[in-house]
Design a protein around this ligand. Sequence first.
Ligand SMILES: *Cc1c(COP(=O)(O)O)cnc(C)c1O
Length: 399
Amino acid sequence: MTAYQAPDPKGFFGEHGGVYVAETLIPALRELAQAYADAKQDPEFWKTFHHDLAHYVGRPSPVYHAERLSAHLGGAQIWLKREDLNHTGAHKVNNTIGQALLAKRMGKRRVIAETGAGQHGVATATVAARFGMECHVYMGADDIQRQAPNVFRMKLLGANVIGVDSGSRTLKDAMNEAMREWVARVDDTFYIIGTAAGPAPYPEMVRDFQCVIGNEAKEQMQAAIGRQPDVAVACVGGGSNAIGLFYPYLAENVRLIGVEAGGRGVSTPDHAAPITSGAPVGVLHGFRSYLMQDTHGQVLGTHSVSAGLDYPGIGPEHSHLHDIRRVEYTAANDDAALEAFDLLCRYEGIIPALESSHALAWAVEHAPKMDKNQVVLVNLSGRGDKDINTVAKLKGIDL
Ligand SMILES: *Cc1c(COP(=O)(O)O)cnc(C)c1O
């Protein structure tokens, strides 16, 4: 892993990524790519970014040795990268701060976003308030019904939540609507995408903002144990928290594991695990990558107990890292994630997000088979307060 260079100038990671959008969007993406290339080389931009991460988000987030959980499992030492301690409770804010700063630099005064479960909508509304920008969040009409607390959070933060009634009335339709709005008002509007996906330059840009996770972890693990972990694990929805942890480790001798949502099992139709289930390559949301689809190319429905992993595609860089065998992709089923969720609550006093519980599930399964001197670093991408209603319902408890 000496010469890893991605993406190429056309936004491809191997055969994945690129720009697959209507002609009308090309100028907007070109302007964005130019502005980001410029910002990426400007030390002042990164200085402001890290200042906000320190004083607003509360970074660096610590690494934490989960000693009681490790002892209970009886094998490798489990360490957690505590993204759950960030302001707003997850890693998503690292990216929305970065994109909002870029919007400001480009002179845009409005930001728009799409959201499914509402987590990215909340992270966007948060930074829009912080930077004094107008904020419009597109959300499927069905998702608005299902995610009432997050809709209210966005409104408290001053955002305008726009219900999308077309199609399946969920994330996919919200994304189409946001794209349409971006084309119509590109002169004053910045589109904030929430994961390491979408047309170039988004996957690279989101990765760069989330790399703060892996860069901090490398320094912190060196300081804590004098070396790097044997394994680093993260859950993969679109793939932003995972690529943020993995990227700085690509050139190191560290085994990297991406955990997709196995739902009711990857051999059933009810999962969200494109790579593990062997999905073919397809195009969705402006980029090419592994994509769950039927033989006619129709995008398949997905299922996961965690809303944040419930996506039929995966960011293009992960597909490439799978192709070149640098990262191993696997899946954890709903049941395994829920068991890991319970264990972290009971042994460490930390309620993890259901998304992050998928990464933990890998450690719960594999740590016992490893040596006590080995170290597994799990990215705890978010806290689970948002998930307690889901968990209660699955346990048959009425809150
Ligand atoms: C949104 C979310 C995810 C999934 O998104 P990625 O882009 O794959 O990181 C994972 N964990 C939490 C806590 C989330 O909110």
